[in-house]
Design a protein around this ligand. Structure first.
Ligand SMILES: [Zn+2]
Length: 290
Protein backbone atom coordinates (compact mmCIF):
# COMPACT_ATOMS: atom_id res chain seq x y z
CA UNK A 1 0.00 0.00 0.00
CA UNK A 2 2.84 2.40 0.85
CA UNK A 3 3.84 2.76 -2.76
CA UNK A 4 0.37 4.09 -3.54
CA UNK A 5 0.61 7.02 -1.16
CA UNK A 6 2.50 9.44 -3.41
CA UNK A 7 0.03 8.68 -6.16
CA UNK A 8 -2.98 9.26 -3.93
CA UNK A 9 -1.62 12.59 -2.80
CA UNK A 10 -1.16 13.51 -6.42
CA UNK A 11 -4.70 12.44 -7.17
CA UNK A 12 -6.02 14.53 -4.30
CA UNK A 13 -3.97 17.46 -5.47
CA UNK A 14 -5.34 17.13 -8.98
CA UNK A 15 -8.91 16.70 -7.88
CA UNK A 16 -9.36 18.65 -4.67
CA UNK A 17 -9.29 22.12 -6.11
CA UNK A 18 -5.54 22.82 -5.87
CA UNK A 19 -5.46 23.27 -9.60
CA UNK A 20 -3.13 25.69 -11.27
CA UNK A 21 -4.35 28.12 -13.90
CA UNK A 22 -3.79 25.71 -16.72
CA UNK A 23 -6.03 22.98 -15.37
CA UNK A 24 -8.61 25.31 -13.80
CA UNK A 25 -12.13 24.78 -15.09
CA UNK A 26 -11.15 21.94 -17.33
CA UNK A 27 -13.73 19.16 -17.10
CA UNK A 28 -12.18 16.01 -15.60
CA UNK A 29 -12.31 12.66 -17.34
CA UNK A 30 -11.19 9.56 -15.48
CA UNK A 31 -9.99 6.35 -17.07
CA UNK A 32 -9.47 3.39 -14.76
CA UNK A 33 -6.36 2.21 -16.62
CA UNK A 34 -3.63 4.06 -18.57
CA UNK A 35 -4.50 2.67 -22.05
CA UNK A 36 -8.02 4.10 -21.74
CA UNK A 37 -6.52 7.35 -20.45
CA UNK A 38 -4.45 7.47 -23.64
CA UNK A 39 -7.48 6.83 -25.90
CA UNK A 40 -9.57 9.46 -24.06
CA UNK A 41 -6.77 12.03 -24.21
CA UNK A 42 -6.37 11.50 -27.96
CA UNK A 43 -10.10 12.17 -28.43
CA UNK A 44 -10.45 15.24 -26.20
CA UNK A 45 -6.92 16.70 -26.37
CA UNK A 46 -6.07 19.68 -24.20
CA UNK A 47 -9.38 21.26 -23.20
CA UNK A 48 -9.94 18.42 -20.73
CA UNK A 49 -8.07 16.93 -17.81
CA UNK A 50 -7.71 13.17 -18.31
CA UNK A 51 -6.45 11.14 -15.37
CA UNK A 52 -6.06 7.46 -14.60
CA UNK A 53 -6.80 5.70 -11.32
CA UNK A 54 -4.14 3.01 -11.55
CA UNK A 55 -0.60 4.08 -10.73
CA UNK A 56 2.20 2.58 -12.87
CA UNK A 57 3.15 -0.98 -11.99
CA UNK A 58 0.05 -1.60 -9.86
CA UNK A 59 -2.21 -4.60 -10.50
CA UNK A 60 -5.60 -3.20 -11.52
CA UNK A 61 -7.38 -6.44 -10.62
CA UNK A 62 -6.46 -6.21 -6.95
CA UNK A 63 -6.03 -2.43 -6.55
CA UNK A 64 -7.51 -1.07 -3.31
CA UNK A 65 -8.04 2.68 -3.33
CA UNK A 66 -8.01 4.57 -0.04
CA UNK A 67 -11.27 6.30 0.92
CA UNK A 68 -9.59 9.69 0.37
CA UNK A 69 -9.14 8.83 -3.30
CA UNK A 70 -12.88 9.16 -3.78
CA UNK A 71 -13.19 12.67 -2.37
CA UNK A 72 -12.17 14.68 -5.38
CA UNK A 73 -13.89 12.36 -7.79
CA UNK A 74 -17.05 14.38 -7.16
CA UNK A 75 -15.89 16.73 -9.88
CA UNK A 76 -15.44 14.06 -12.51
CA UNK A 77 -17.68 14.30 -15.59
CA UNK A 78 -16.95 10.98 -17.29
CA UNK A 79 -15.42 7.72 -16.08
CA UNK A 80 -14.23 5.02 -18.49
CA UNK A 81 -14.14 1.79 -16.52
CA UNK A 82 -12.15 -1.39 -17.08
CA UNK A 83 -14.44 -3.64 -15.03
CA UNK A 84 -11.96 -4.14 -12.21
CA UNK A 85 -13.21 -4.82 -8.69
CA UNK A 86 -12.11 -1.53 -7.13
CA UNK A 87 -14.51 0.37 -9.39
CA UNK A 88 -17.57 -1.07 -7.67
CA UNK A 89 -16.39 0.23 -4.31
CA UNK A 90 -15.88 3.75 -5.60
CA UNK A 91 -18.87 3.87 -7.94
CA UNK A 92 -21.47 3.33 -5.19
CA UNK A 93 -20.20 6.31 -3.20
CA UNK A 94 -19.57 8.34 -6.30
CA UNK A 95 -23.01 8.00 -7.84
CA UNK A 96 -24.56 9.36 -4.63
CA UNK A 97 -22.29 12.39 -4.44
CA UNK A 98 -21.93 13.03 -8.15
CA UNK A 99 -25.20 12.00 -9.81
CA UNK A 100 -24.21 13.83 -13.00
CA UNK A 101 -21.25 11.56 -13.72
CA UNK A 102 -21.41 9.38 -16.84
CA UNK A 103 -19.93 5.89 -16.49
CA UNK A 104 -18.96 3.63 -19.36
CA UNK A 105 -17.90 0.06 -18.64
CA UNK A 106 -15.58 -0.60 -21.56
CA UNK A 107 -16.37 -4.31 -21.46
CA UNK A 108 -19.87 -3.47 -22.63
CA UNK A 109 -18.62 -1.86 -25.85
CA UNK A 110 -17.29 -5.04 -27.49
CA UNK A 111 -18.12 -8.75 -27.67
CA UNK A 112 -16.26 -10.46 -24.82
CA UNK A 113 -14.81 -13.95 -24.90
CA UNK A 114 -14.68 -16.33 -21.97
CA UNK A 115 -11.24 -17.07 -20.61
CA UNK A 116 -11.55 -20.72 -21.55
CA UNK A 117 -11.98 -19.96 -25.24
CA UNK A 118 -8.98 -17.71 -25.62
CA UNK A 119 -6.71 -19.25 -23.03
CA UNK A 120 -5.50 -22.71 -22.26
CA UNK A 121 -5.50 -22.77 -18.52
CA UNK A 122 -4.29 -25.77 -16.64
CA UNK A 123 -7.65 -25.80 -14.92
CA UNK A 124 -9.59 -25.54 -18.12
CA UNK A 125 -8.45 -28.58 -20.00
CA UNK A 126 -11.83 -30.26 -20.03
CA UNK A 127 -13.88 -27.11 -20.34
CA UNK A 128 -14.38 -26.95 -16.61
CA UNK A 129 -14.13 -23.20 -16.44
CA UNK A 130 -17.37 -21.34 -15.79
CA UNK A 131 -18.52 -19.51 -18.89
CA UNK A 132 -19.18 -16.31 -17.00
CA UNK A 133 -15.43 -15.85 -16.58
CA UNK A 134 -15.14 -13.23 -19.30
CA UNK A 135 -11.80 -11.83 -20.26
CA UNK A 136 -11.57 -8.07 -19.50
CA UNK A 137 -8.26 -7.37 -21.35
CA UNK A 138 -10.07 -6.03 -24.40
CA UNK A 139 -7.82 -3.06 -25.22
CA UNK A 140 -4.90 -5.31 -26.20
CA UNK A 141 -6.59 -6.06 -29.53
CA UNK A 142 -6.33 -2.97 -31.80
CA UNK A 143 -9.40 -4.18 -33.68
CA UNK A 144 -11.45 -4.08 -30.47
CA UNK A 145 -9.69 -0.92 -29.30
CA UNK A 146 -11.12 0.82 -32.38
CA UNK A 147 -14.63 -0.21 -31.30
CA UNK A 148 -13.91 1.02 -27.78
CA UNK A 149 -12.65 4.37 -29.06
CA UNK A 150 -15.84 4.81 -31.10
CA UNK A 151 -17.96 4.10 -28.02
CA UNK A 152 -15.92 6.56 -25.95
CA UNK A 153 -16.45 9.25 -28.55
CA UNK A 154 -20.22 8.67 -28.64
CA UNK A 155 -20.42 9.21 -24.88
CA UNK A 156 -18.13 12.25 -24.92
CA UNK A 157 -20.15 13.84 -27.73
CA UNK A 158 -23.36 13.33 -25.80
CA UNK A 159 -21.81 14.85 -22.70
CA UNK A 160 -20.09 17.77 -24.42
CA UNK A 161 -22.00 18.45 -27.67
CA UNK A 162 -20.19 21.78 -28.10
CA UNK A 163 -16.97 19.82 -28.79
CA UNK A 164 -18.55 17.43 -31.28
CA UNK A 165 -16.55 18.50 -34.32
CA UNK A 166 -13.20 18.38 -32.52
CA UNK A 167 -13.97 14.98 -31.02
CA UNK A 168 -14.97 13.58 -34.41
CA UNK A 169 -11.82 14.88 -36.05
CA UNK A 170 -9.53 13.61 -33.27
CA UNK A 171 -11.25 10.23 -33.15
CA UNK A 172 -10.77 9.77 -36.90
CA UNK A 173 -7.04 10.50 -36.49
CA UNK A 174 -6.76 8.04 -33.58
CA UNK A 175 -8.59 5.31 -35.52
CA UNK A 176 -6.23 5.79 -38.45
CA UNK A 177 -3.32 5.41 -36.03
CA UNK A 178 -4.79 2.20 -34.63
CA UNK A 179 -5.37 0.83 -38.14
CA UNK A 180 -1.78 1.52 -39.06
CA UNK A 181 -0.73 -0.24 -35.86
CA UNK A 182 -2.86 -3.24 -36.87
CA UNK A 183 -1.13 -3.38 -40.26
CA UNK A 184 2.30 -3.14 -38.70
CA UNK A 185 1.52 -6.00 -36.31
CA UNK A 186 0.13 -8.09 -39.18
CA UNK A 187 3.43 -7.60 -41.00
CA UNK A 188 5.36 -8.69 -37.92
CA UNK A 189 3.02 -11.64 -37.24
CA UNK A 190 1.77 -12.97 -40.60
CA UNK A 191 -1.52 -14.84 -40.05
CA UNK A 192 -0.39 -18.01 -41.86
CA UNK A 193 1.64 -19.13 -38.87
CA UNK A 194 0.17 -19.78 -35.44
CA UNK A 195 2.49 -19.00 -32.57
CA UNK A 196 2.16 -20.07 -28.96
CA UNK A 197 2.90 -17.62 -26.18
CA UNK A 198 3.32 -18.41 -22.52
CA UNK A 199 2.06 -15.69 -20.17
CA UNK A 200 2.41 -15.36 -16.42
CA UNK A 201 -1.02 -13.66 -16.38
CA UNK A 202 -3.63 -14.24 -19.12
CA UNK A 203 -3.82 -10.69 -20.50
CA UNK A 204 -3.19 -11.45 -24.17
CA UNK A 205 -6.25 -13.45 -25.22
CA UNK A 206 -7.78 -10.77 -27.45
CA UNK A 207 -4.42 -9.92 -28.99
CA UNK A 208 -3.87 -13.63 -29.70
CA UNK A 209 -7.35 -13.92 -31.18
CA UNK A 210 -6.67 -11.08 -33.58
CA UNK A 211 -3.18 -12.15 -34.66
CA UNK A 212 -3.48 -15.95 -34.71
CA UNK A 213 -1.55 -16.75 -31.56
CA UNK A 214 -2.41 -19.14 -28.79
CA UNK A 215 -2.03 -18.04 -25.18
CA UNK A 216 -0.89 -20.52 -22.59
CA UNK A 217 -1.31 -18.99 -19.16
CA UNK A 218 0.37 -20.10 -15.98
CA UNK A 219 -1.75 -18.24 -13.50
CA UNK A 220 -5.39 -18.92 -12.92
CA UNK A 221 -7.59 -16.51 -10.97
CA UNK A 222 -4.50 -14.77 -9.70
CA UNK A 223 -2.92 -17.95 -8.29
CA UNK A 224 0.08 -20.03 -9.30
CA UNK A 225 -0.55 -23.64 -10.30
CA UNK A 226 -0.56 -26.26 -7.53
CA UNK A 227 2.49 -28.60 -7.39
CA UNK A 228 0.70 -31.50 -9.13
CA UNK A 229 -0.29 -29.18 -11.96
CA UNK A 230 3.25 -28.23 -12.83
CA UNK A 231 3.89 -31.65 -14.34
CA UNK A 232 0.85 -31.34 -16.56
CA UNK A 233 2.03 -27.92 -17.65
CA UNK A 234 5.51 -29.27 -18.41
CA UNK A 235 4.01 -32.07 -20.50
CA UNK A 236 1.93 -29.63 -22.41
CA UNK A 237 4.89 -27.40 -23.14
CA UNK A 238 7.32 -30.21 -24.03
CA UNK A 239 5.79 -31.01 -27.39
CA UNK A 240 5.21 -27.40 -28.38
CA UNK A 241 7.29 -24.65 -29.82
CA UNK A 242 6.71 -21.70 -27.49
CA UNK A 243 7.60 -18.38 -29.10
CA UNK A 244 8.08 -16.34 -25.95
CA UNK A 245 7.37 -16.21 -22.23
CA UNK A 246 5.61 -12.96 -21.40
CA UNK A 247 6.32 -11.50 -17.98
CA UNK A 248 4.11 -8.71 -16.59
CA UNK A 249 5.43 -6.11 -14.14
CA UNK A 250 2.25 -6.25 -12.03
CA UNK A 251 2.27 -10.02 -11.50
CA UNK A 252 4.22 -12.92 -10.05
CA UNK A 253 6.49 -14.07 -12.87
CA UNK A 254 8.39 -16.80 -11.03
CA UNK A 255 6.55 -19.66 -12.74
CA UNK A 256 6.99 -18.19 -16.22
CA UNK A 257 10.67 -17.50 -15.54
CA UNK A 258 11.19 -21.05 -14.30
CA UNK A 259 9.58 -22.56 -17.40
CA UNK A 260 11.41 -20.17 -19.72
CA UNK A 261 14.71 -21.28 -18.21
CA UNK A 262 13.87 -24.96 -18.24
CA UNK A 263 12.68 -24.96 -21.87
CA UNK A 264 15.03 -22.25 -23.11
CA UNK A 265 12.22 -19.93 -24.11
CA UNK A 266 13.10 -16.24 -24.41
CA UNK A 267 11.40 -14.20 -21.69
CA UNK A 268 10.23 -10.64 -22.29
CA UNK A 269 8.61 -8.13 -19.92
CA UNK A 270 5.47 -6.53 -21.37
CA UNK A 271 3.26 -4.07 -19.47
CA UNK A 272 -0.33 -4.47 -20.75
CA UNK A 273 -1.28 -1.30 -18.84
CA UNK A 274 1.37 0.84 -20.47
CA UNK A 275 0.22 4.34 -21.44
CA UNK A 276 2.50 4.02 -24.49
CA UNK A 277 -0.08 1.85 -26.19
CA UNK A 278 1.26 1.55 -29.75
CA UNK A 279 4.85 1.13 -28.60
CA UNK A 280 3.85 -1.62 -26.17
CA UNK A 281 1.87 -3.61 -28.75
CA UNK A 282 4.70 -3.39 -31.28
CA UNK A 283 7.12 -4.56 -28.62
CA UNK A 284 4.77 -7.47 -27.87
CA UNK A 285 4.45 -8.43 -31.56
CA UNK A 286 8.22 -8.31 -32.06
CA UNK A 287 8.79 -10.40 -28.95
CA UNK A 288 6.42 -13.08 -30.27
CA UNK A 289 7.93 -13.00 -33.76
CA UNK A 290 11.60 -13.22 -32.85
ZN1 LIG B 1 -5.16 -8.70 -16.16
Amino acid sequence: MENLLPFLFLLLFLLAGCKDNQTKNKPIIVASIPPYQYFAKEIVKDSFEVITLIPPGVNAHTYEPLPQAMKGLQEVAVWFQSGDLFEKKIATVLEQNNPGISLLDMRKTVPLIPFNEDTQFLHCEKNHCPLDELDPHVWLSPKLAIQEVKAMEVLLEKKFPEHRETFKKNTAVLIQKLKRLQEKIQEILPPNEQRIVLASHPAFGYFCNEFNCLQLAIEFEGKDPLPKEWNRLYKKIEGEKIAVALLLPQFNNKGAELIAKRFRIPAVMIDPLSPKYEEMLLQLAKAIAS
